[in-house]
Design a protein around this ligand. Structure first.
Ligand code: PAF
Length: 297
């Protein structure tokens, strides 16, 4: 869409960052931003790392105005999950968003997003029932509901999501299609540490030993992808080996290792060309997910 010139992006960076806590405020700001062209949204739960900043930079590169939402969404956390302890640092996030040239941040309190009890939810069936959906019941309903609300509040022309959350990406693509949102969904490749570990806000939970062990996820995924690219057609065997490679790491508690067809997240048939190799495992307190995709000729 809109390409920013070097001068354009410098001017954008020098503009002040608008921080909105209420729906009414962000709606007014977006109305104003829209006068200069299309608006992109980067939905986040904050505690920014390089993955978030890459989403913002990519959105900035393509759109004149970028809005970032920072909201730790209680609806997508199970009762035993880390909603209360999820890392937060709004001041630092705002400084990073400002540096990245974001026009506005929407950082509502829970009461602003969910005043009273929630009676209306968005369920993207089937796609929400596999992989993380099995161990995190209600998670994708929470994600789909908050993303729908953000889309209705901000009405962006495009929204940027990381490929690290591959299942979330498919759920959102499908909800946009099924609910006729006129929003382009842009997927941005996973940003990794030099040793391959996918960047995640939850990596802060890892002890130094767990941090070293966690690299097994990406290493095992790459090995599985290599086998498929080398012509292995027995995907059940590849899946089994992927699970065994991760389970062999003493600090890893494997949740799942699966190969599914994209975009429907169904068990692959010989006809399916694009495959998702996805894993989830716990390392101490941290539940980490990762994935790679492979295209079969
Ligand atoms: O990926 C995330 O950070 C969250 O699931 C999202 C999309 C911001 C919804 O809360």
């Amino acid at each position: 869409m809109c390409q920013n010139s070097a001068r354009g992006s410098l001017v954008g960076m020098l503009k002040s960052l608008r921080v909105c806590k209420t729906i009414a405020e962000i709606r007014d700001v977006v109305k104003e931003l829209r006068r200069s062209g299309p608006v992109a949204l980067v939905p986040t739960m904050g505690y920014f790392h390089e993955g978030h900043l890459t989403l913002m930079r990519e959105a900035r590169r393509r759109f004149p105005s970028v809005v970032v939402s920072i909201f730790v969404n209680p609806l997508q956390f199970g009762p035993q999950e880390d909603f209360k302890t999820y890392p937060r640092n709004l001041e630092r996030d705002l400084a990073l968003a400002r540096e990245t040239g974001v026009a506005a941040v929407f950082a509502p309190e829970v009461e602003e997003m969910y005043p009273g009890s929630v009676l209306t939810c968005v369920d993207v069936e089937r796609l929400s029932a596999v992989l993380c959906g099995c161990t995190r019941p209600g998670h994708f309903r929470g994600v789909a509901t908050v993303v729908t609300k953000l889309f209705n509040i901000i009405r962006p022309d495009a929204a940027f999501f990381g490929q690290k959350d591959a299942q979330q990406l498919q759920v959102i693509r499908r909800l946009v299609r099924d609910l006729n949102f006129d929003i382009e969904i842009v997927a941005v490749p996973t940003v990794r540490e030099p040793d391959g570990l996918a960047m995640s806000s939850r990596n802060v939970y890892l002890s130094p030993e767990e941090r070293r062990a966690a690299v097994v996820l990406y290493r095992s995924l790459v090995a599985a992808r290599e086998r498929i690219l080398a012509g292995e057609s027995d995907l059940a065997a590849v899946e089994e080996q992927l699970a065994a490679d991760i389970a062999a790491e003493p600090l890893a508690v494997l949740e799942y290792a699966a190969i599914l067809a994209l975009p429907d997240l169904t068990p692959p048939t010989d006809e399916d060309r694009e495959l998702l190799l996805a894993v989830a495992a716990r390392f101490g307190r941290a539940r980490l997910i990762d994935n790679v995709t492979v295209w079969r000729e």
